[in-house]
Write a protein that binds this ligand. Sequence first.
Ligand code: SF4
Length: 78
Amino acid sequence: MPRRLQVYETAEITVTFEPDLCIHSGVCVRGLPAVFDVRRRRWVMPELGAAAAIAAQIGHCPSGALKYRLKTEDAPAP
Ligand code: SF4
């Protein structure tokens, strides 16, 4: 049975993680260890990093297991 999509949110960014896609490269935990820490039960904590830095780090995920959406992109133009 496929494992459930995980969703982690702050006011600025939504991070999603698809466990079945992860190849355990460790790129995320090495790049931003405060945000991505597999020793925690809630292993992704986007509130512990800057949204732009998290977005950049997720861009390096080799499997596509991690994805993000910046909420500022949804904001209407001033
Ligand atoms: S960078 Fe992507 S593939 Fe590598 S451990 Fe993190 S989520 Fe998994």
